[in-house]
Design a protein around this ligand. Sequence first.
Ligand SMILES: NC(=O)c1ccc[n+]([C@@H]2O[C@H](COP(=O)([O-])OP(=O)(O)OC[C@H]3O[C@@H](n4cnc5c(N)ncnc54)[C@H](O)[C@@H]3O)[C@@H](O)[C@H]2O)c1
Length: 349
Amino acid sequence: MDQRFEFRHGTDSRVRIGPGAEAELPAAVHALGAADAVVLHDPAVAALAERLAGAVGARAVLPVPSGETCKQLPVLGRLTSELIAVGASRGTALIAVGGGSVSDAVGFLASIWMRGVPLVLCPTTTLALCDAALGGKNGVDHDGLKNLLGTVRQPDLVFGDLDWLTTLPDAPFREGLVEVVKKAAVLDRAHFAELERLAPYLYARRAPAVLAAIEMAVAMKMAVVQGDEHEQDRRRWLNAGHTIGHALESLAAGALRHGQCVAMGLLAECRAAADVVPAAVTARLGALLQAIGVAAAVPAAFADPRALWELAGKDKKVQRGRVVMVVPAAIGEGRVVELTPERLAHAFG
Ligand SMILES: NC(=O)c1ccc[n+]([C@@H]2O[C@H](COP(=O)([O-])OP(=O)(O)OC[C@H]3O[C@@H](n4cnc5c(N)ncnc54)[C@H](O)[C@@H]3O)[C@@H](O)[C@H]2O)c1
């Protein structure tokens, strides 16, 4: 097994994940040239946020509502008032400490507050480390629809350490790793095979395996994000599992976590596109999700093709009236296909 315990993404010093990241954070923030910093954090990681704020000499520490509930415009309005109250300025870096919800909300705020201020992301979930904190997309939900308002704005720094995840329960910890599985399924056959090998270690939360998986996720996502025009088109491939996944998440209205929905969406989309995705590919994907300990069966209450079709049609991924999704035509080979009501009818077996 790969015994590396830390990595930077290539020559890109903005992404630093592994032991030692916390100690290096103050110097990295200082090097941004920001006047000062404000830490905004999920309440679940308040102690970490206070520690990081102390280390960087932050002007203030502001809690944001826990999880997805922070991804709302009124919350950004309140946070803006709090930033004004603590004297934050155009030169103040915003440091987001929390999962993907916090990085999405604070990332959006950093892109619009004062027309844009430095942004530092300190992800504290596997999902945020493997996906949400990378690539620059941010946003908030609106009218029950996911990520309807947002921008694309690269973070200046992404710093993370597995020690920050010790309090994260097993279920969300494992579900976050679905974002690596998703990318490998449509982008990289060798990484998919490596994940199959690592699965028992990932299930057991063994640090070297988890860091290896995160490194794969960073490499795959950054290759797509930093890629040429052709690869920009591939950015859509990162949405594998998310067409049905987001519809499920909206329908479940908080009853299912994002990572659960992506896992369910991945398999449901493969079944829906059974004319494109060989049964052996769907089976391999299902086996890998099971091996890392993620349940991908859609609860009966949400396996409602009609309601899901309505929600999928409102998603921002809809292109000229077509609902599109990305499925693995083979392991490591994504293919864009159209989701239709007929296909959706086959999504739940
Ligand atoms: N911008 C992107 O490219 C992108 C990509 C994927 C997902 N996302 C978004 O990310 C969000 C999901 O992110 P998430 O799964 O990290 O969820 P989250 O941020 O909502 O956190 C999930 C739960 O874990 C808790 N938590 C966070 N860190 C913890 C820790 N270290 N210990 C204990 N509890 C902790 C939170 O309080 C919350 O209750 C969704 O809103 C999704 O849309 C964005």
